[in-house]
Ligand binder design. Structure first.
Ligand code: PBG
Length: 328
């Protein structure tokens, strides 16, 4: 036999030497849920180990994460039902608790990187990412609302704006709005290929943000399509996006790989709530070993081509990493 691939696997040092892919905490972005109030750390029942934090406890949690090497956080607000309306006015209201939290996190941790979410759903009485009229989700009428929301978040101190709404033309509209308001240094990580997926369930539980009627199929992508993701990526690039995201990640590794090959922008992957929940569930049942299965799941996304990964596992991964317990 001339070729024996097993020789390159025969011991730890050789496997370490030829390993093609790595993950460290610097690759991870931690999505976290925030609520108004004090002393709140409320576990999301369908997403074990993840919580809705009030500002005081969020600051503590962020400090712990920073000490573990996580520097980038994506914050999502759980908004009280009575503050929601048709046009999501609370998203840019002066007394918005989410904007206050962003400002305070940046004040306490200027070296952290804060990403925010732009879409109407957490603030909308319809539970949709855009303006709803007679059951239809309006595109162009939604853009000014997204622009206003983005500027309010930039004003609060956001480093990266994450439009997750999937309206056409929103990246350009947001870029223009930010630049006009003097925020030309604020980045846009576009949810470029965001699919109408069944895997967002626990996230919608966390924020109580599920659509009140209908679904999101007229704006989020059809899970069957990949060439359409290339089209979305080309548009986002032209419109001024700084980074492109694929979401979900695990069921869409081929899309991550495709965009990595066709774009020169950094590619990020959103390991969404449902993907994390199903792994937690299997591990809680004793069916899978969390300390091995979780890093392997993240590794698949890096191997597919993701530069960074948004994941609810970020803190657990960073803990294992620090304790030198990541064994590939
Ligand atoms: C809101 C938004 C969603 C997620 C991120 N931003 C839900 C949705 O589009 O319904 C999902 C994230 C996750 O499931 O972890 N536009």
């Amino acid at each position: 036999m001339l070729s024996r691939p097993r020789r390159n696997r025969k011991n730890g040092p050789i496997r370490d030497m030829v390993r093609e892919t790595f993950i460290t905490p610097q690759h991870l972005i931690y999505p976290m849920f925030v609520v108004d109030g004090k002393g709140i750390k409320d576990e999301v029942s369908s997403l074990p180990n993840n919580f809705r934090f009030s500002k005081d406890l969020l600051l503590k949690e962020i400090e712990e994460c920073m000490n573990l090497g996580i520097k980038t956080f994506d914050l999502f607000p759980a908004v009280d039902e009575h503050l929601k309306d048709k046009t999501a006015t609370y998203s840019w209201a002066e007394d918005n608790f989410y904007l206050d939290i962003i400002a305070d996190v940046k004040k306490h941790f200027p070296e952290s990187c804060i990403m925010t979410d732009v879409a109407m759903d957490p603030y909308s009485s319809d539970g949709h990412d855009g303006l709803v009229e007679n059951g239809a989700i309006l595109n162009d009428e939604t853009l000014p609302i997204l622009g206003k929301m983005s500027v309010a978040q930039a004003q609060a101190g956001a480093d990266i704006i994450g439009p997750s709404d999937m309206m056409d033309g929103r990246v350009e509209f947001i870029r223009q709005s930010l630049d006009d308001a003097g925020f030309d240094e604020v980045s846009i990580m576009s949810y470029t290929a965001k699919y109408a997926s069944a895997y967002y369930g626990p996230f919608r539980d966390a924020l109580n943000s599920a659509p009140k009627s209908g679904d999101k199929k007229t704006y989020q992508m059809d899970p069957a399509n990949i060439r359409e993701a290339v089209r979305e990526a080309e548009l986002d690039e032209l419109e001024g996006a700084d980074m492109l995201m694929v979401k979900p990640a695990l069921c869409y590794l081929d899309v991550i790989q495709k965009l990595k090959q066709t774009s020169s922008l950094p590619i990020t992957a959103y390991n969404v709530s449902g993907e994390c929940a199903m792994l937690y569930a299997a591990c809680q049942n004793g069916w899978l070993d969390y300390e091995r299965a979780m890093p392997e799941m993240l590794l698949s996304m890096r191997r597919a081509g993701a530069d960074a990964i948004l994941t609810y596992f970020a803190k657990d991964f960073a803990k294992l990493y620090k304790e030198n317990k990541i064994k590939w």
